[in-house]
Design a protein. Sequence first.
Length: 581
Amino acid sequence: MGLASVSQASGPSRLGKVIDRVRRRSLFDIVTVALGLAVAGAILYPLWFVIKGTFVVRGRLTVEPFRSVFDDHSLGSVLRNTAIIASTSTIAAVVLAAVFAWLNERTDARIGWLARILPLVPLLIPAAAAAVGWVSLLSPVAGLLNLVTRDVLGALGIDMTEGPIRVGSMYVLIFLYTVTIMPFAYVILQPAFQNLDPALEEAARVSGANTSTMLRRVTLPAILPSLTSAMLLTGVVSLALFSIPMMIGKPAGIDVISTRVYRYLTSTYPPQTGPALALTSVVLCFTIACVVLQRRMMKRQRHATITGKRNVSSLVSLGRWRIAARGLLLSYVLVAAIIPFGGLLYLSTQKFWSGSYSFSLNTSNFREVFRSGGQTRESMINSAVLGLIAATLAILVATIVANRAHRSGSRIGRASDGIMKVPATISQLVLGVGILLAFSGPPFRLSGTKPLIVLGLFIAYIHLASFTANAAVGQVAHELTEAAAVNRASPFRTFRRIQLPLMTPALIGGWILVYVASIGDITIVALLSTTNTQVIGYRILSLQDTGSYPELAALGVVVTLMTTSVVLAVTFAFNRRTSSR
């Protein structure tokens, strides 16, 4: 009886503690927790459908999918190709992004506000369109650059029937991966360099440190959370990249994880969902390990650089190297964006893609793109609207959840923040199948609707917003929120008036990432779209299947101009607002 009385006494006591804890929380905290749980559920719910259908057969658990994958003798070459391309391009992209961010924000080599947008120019060309541009230039037989090069060599007495440049090589793939994922690292590192407390570098200069020592001992350690976030984000993006290895690597026999998963899901009927998910588990384990490492680094709290004191730093003078630094930036934009866009523009003016070239202007492909009532025009309008909605929702939700996870340290917040990164580790084909199975039938019945496409894009690219939000939150010092709490500011007021304005530069970059990725998405929208709700990715696949490459190139040109206009407008509005303060 004594034990019963103790248990009865302890029960209400525990319940009372929980009730008191809930009462002490503000409405903003409660909404944040609920939002995190809702997003976690929206991500895990479709994955459950895939996992259940893969590992549970006739009510029994099975590991047969893993056996079929690891019994494949070609798996070694797939993993080796993926490791070489992903690791090399990730390191190169982060180094290049750090160099550009440092030049633009901490030296006198910057070219005004235009310097901030120049490294992002390659991101404005959708990956599928960029791949078409490079193929149109470097195809062994019909590539424009190869055709011109062969004519020049023929005049010198050297006859060639194809080449001399081969687009399907490991070196070209690493280069294309690097220029494609570099902007993802730049949007994280640029705000970190911009918000770096100049007093740290000035103290190093006063102490006699040269530029290299200051970078190694002061600057880079101060932006450690942004560096780890940039490395992690570019790493998972390179592992999940599909358009370039599919259109360039696969024809050359260079298979990676993303193309192998695509083969599992499309080469047989019914699709081999089990082996596809088993292979993506390799990426999942890698990402989990990286996320754990990143969180341990952020817990040290020795890297916060936004302290609320806005100093004006003396920029590092590069002297005669300033022109070379600007030339490096412009050369990158030329190679990574202008040249492939030129390939797209050339192909879009041709009636047919053949082994000869002509520079006659033909606008029939563009007329077809803008034809009133045409499917291509409708797809562009739908993509522009749905991309804006998905990007805005993703960056707002990711910022609120990341702030909760980083500031409060609650288990629910950390779990929700970690779950938002899970889509980065799952093949978009597998993820799209799960979303289709989960939300098309009862009770949601969203099949073929625009809300399903927005939800699919939100789930597929929430990790881009999450990585950016984590880097932004990690740069804001705890002293600012503690000072607000001392002055009895509510959590919502602190977030809206202090944290959000300081994080805005990084969040703008995250919004751009999600928006551009949503506009150029192929995999998710191919599964969720119908003829009644066409978007750009769906139309790209349709044109590719019919072999209409000139019209496909024209669509790529128009989409590039469309995304460029939106991104420039957002950037200009933000810079104008910042300069007016």
